[in-house]
Design a protein around this ligand. Structure first.
Ligand SMILES: Cc1cc2nc3c(=O)[nH]c(=O)nc-3n(C[C@H](O)[C@H](O)[C@H](O)COP(=O)(O)O)c2cc1C
Length: 342
């Protein structure tokens, strides 16, 4: 099965068959999932594994739509709390990328993952996990267990997750909007349905990229280093920005919290998951990208230039193109050193 197929399957709710994953299997999956992108290699994730809960299979069969679903094991994915909101958001985004990796890898093995917000998992009897270590916050609690659906394994999934790199050098080949829209479409949780809580802005045509480069330069203008730059260097900067074949801006709309509806963090998680899936699907096609969380995303003039509404927030930008050079991957800390067994 193609990665796109696994991704689509992975969004559906699992029906556990009662068999728990072993610690060894969990670690094998996690040690691939940790190759998720994460800014400044902070590797913000911390895991807590709790197993041996009564399986919820019978209850689930009786009330399949009932939430929460009980799983044979639960993995709390937490992160260190940071004082700077920007770093906190970057770290949470990285954790969602890791969760997405894990979901894909697990699905291929017939292991189902159900993502629960900490609040609902608490109801499922995960009080132990609920207590995050001091200085940490739980991003999501994942119900994990075997299901009866096993997909046609695609060894590519692990290889792509492991080998994907942040690409900063692109060829001069055009990346057309049809290809980018195709990637976006395939990464959506509900195929063919436009997301309600977020939207994307494209800058890929010559005209859009020229405006894009102007906007980026507008942001740089206030920086001292820019002011000191000779005009020639400024032109090089403009051209370098213009030359990025495609830019995709992800914008989250503020969602008032409603009882029974997903909370803001779930919407944030969905955007980050989609951004990461795009990276994985693109990798197969030789398209590389950099996820940018530069300060520009909060700049008022930049936001105005993109017509971002006051209740909207830019989550990140994907700068993309056909890969010219793949950087070497930097080692990750083994999952064994980041997991607590309960
Ligand atoms: C939320 C998030 C924000 C990021 N922001 C930037 C950025 O502003 N500039 C940049 O060059 N890379 C950025 N990156 C990419 C990381 O620096 C990169 O993932 C990390 O160095 C690990 O390299 P790898 O992706 O090749 O494994 C970001 C990644 C994430 C997940």
């Amino acid at each position: 099965m193609s990665i796109a197929g696994i991704v689509q399957e992975s969004w559906s709710r699992p029906v556990y068959n009662g068999t728990a994953v072993t610690r060894e299997t969990l670690l094998t999956l996690l040690n691939i999932a940790i190759w998720a992108p994460n800014h400044h290699l902070r590797e913000p994730w911390v895991f807590t594994w709790m197993e041996g809960l009564e399986t919820g299979t019978e209850k689930q069969k009786e009330h399949p739509a009932e939430s929460p679903i009980l799983a044979p094991g639960y993995l709390a994915v937490s992160m260190k709390i940071r004082t700077k909101p920007k770093e906190l958001a970057e770290d949470e985004a990285a954790v969602w990328c890791l969760i997405q990796n894990l979901r894909i890898l697990a699905k291929e093995q017939g292991i189902g993952i159900h993502i629960q917000q900490p609040e609902t998992a608490f109801e499922a009897g995960c009080e132990e996990l609920w207590r995050a270590n001091s200085g940490e916050q739980i991003v999501a609690i994942l119900g994990i267990g075997y299901t009866d659906t096993r997909l046609q394994p695609n060894e590519n999934a692990a290889k792509i997750i492991r080998e994907r790199r942040t690409v900063r050098q692109f060829t001069s080949a055009t990346l057309d909007d049809e290809t980018v829209r195709g990637l976006l479409e395939e990464s959506l949780p509900e195929l063919g349905l436009q997301p309600k809580s977020w939207r994307v802005i494209e800058a890929g045509s010559e005209e859009e990229r020229s405006r894009w480069a102007d906007l980026m330069m507008g942001f740089a203008k206030d920086m001292l280093t820019y002011k000191l730059m000779p005009g020639k260097v400024k032109n090089i900067f403009w051209k370098r920005t213009y030359d990025i074949p495609f830019n995709l801006v992800f914008v989250l709309k503020h969602q008032p919290e409603q009882p029974g509806e997903p909370k803001g963090s779930a919407h944030f998680g969905e955007v980050c998951s989609v951004m990461h899936i795009i990276q994985l699907l693109a990798w197969e096609k030789g398209i590389g990208m950099t996820w940018s969380s530069s300060d520009v995303i909060e700049d008022m003039a930049f936001r105005k230039g993109l017509d971002i509404k006051p209740d909207e927030r830019i989550i990140g930008i994907l700068h993309m193109g056909y890969t010219a050079k793949i950087p070497k991957g930097k080692e990750r800390t083994p999952a064994e050193n980041k997991i607590r067994w309960v």
